[in-house]
Design a protein around this ligand. Structure first.
Ligand code: ATP
Ligand code: MG
Length: 227
């Protein structure tokens, strides 16, 4: 059963297994396209495993093909669909997990709330207790990830998450970002340096926006407000 068809990949579910196939792109030179799809597939498998070793939940890689991966199906909900109601707990958990990834120099490369899956523990709904950790958070889609020690690369990873919160979860944005950053700093010793780099990344991002539209954009940034 087809579960998703993105720009780069097609995902089919077969029982407990998801097959992620990187599809051919006709606008790319075939040799290059082939190389790219193989490279991203191999990289994604490697990063899914390394993230797991770092203590971050990711689907298990069951089989690695040249341009496709068979991975464990995670029976849960996209964070995108549940974040607004369970904001603080989930955001703390996001911050802790990104901290874990970054402390192992793993850059996710696409930290959106569609690339995180929440699996509720049995009975969570019945208890209705939102203040206890009654879920597991899984990270997926490492196809744009890489390994880097650079603070700036880690900052860009966080910056994308900030942009996603701002555009997709704007009603809870401030609370969400504060929870992510507080938790990130608490769980990652080098976190302060990354946040300094993040402010530089942001000023560059805003500069780009300003020049693109030809006028200054409203300064409503919540990026620096972590305390
Ligand atoms: N292991 C999994 N278990 C359950 N659902 C999954 C799993 N992997 C992917 N999905 C679902 O399929 C969607 C798309 O998957 P994914 O993010 O890996 O692909 P993509 O965004 O098209 O990939 P890419 O950005 O690498 O081209 C996810 O948002 C999620 O809803
Ligand atoms: Mg995705």
């Amino acid at each position: 059963m087809l579960i998703a068809k993105g720009a780069e990949a097609e995902l089919n579910r077969e029982g407990d297994v998801v097959v992620k196939e990187r599809i051919k792109k006709s606008y790319r030179i075939p040799e290059l396209d082939d190389k790219l799809r193989k490279r991203r597939t191999a990289l994604e498998a490697r990063l899914l495993r390394e993230a797991r070793r770092a203590g971050v939940l990711t689907p298990q890689v069951l089989e690695e093909g040249k341009t496709s991966l068979k991975i464990e199906f995670i029976d849960g909900q996209k964070v995108k669909d549940v974040l607004d109601e369970n904001c603080t707990d989930i955001c703390k958990e996001i911050g802790r997990n990104v901290a874990l990834l970054h402390s192992y120099d793993i850059i996710h490369g696409d930290l959106t709330t569609s690339n995180m899956i929440i699996k509720w523990k049995d009975g969570a709904g019945a208890r209705g207790d939102k203040h206890v950790h009654i879920f597991s958070l899984y990270f997926i889609d490492f196809g744009l990830g890489f390994i880097s020690k650079r603070e700036e690369d880690k900052a860009v990873d966080l910056y994308l998450l900030h942009e996603v919160l701002e555009s997709t979860h704007f009603t809870i944005m401030e609370k969400a970002w504060k929870a992510v950053l507080d938790s990130y700093k608490r769980h990652y010793q080098g976190g302060d340096k990354v946040i300094k780099a993040l402010l530089k990344v942001e000023s560059r991002g805003r500069y780009k926006l300003r020049t693109k539209s030809g006028r200054a954009i409203k300064s409503s940034s919540t990026l620096h407000r972590s305390n």
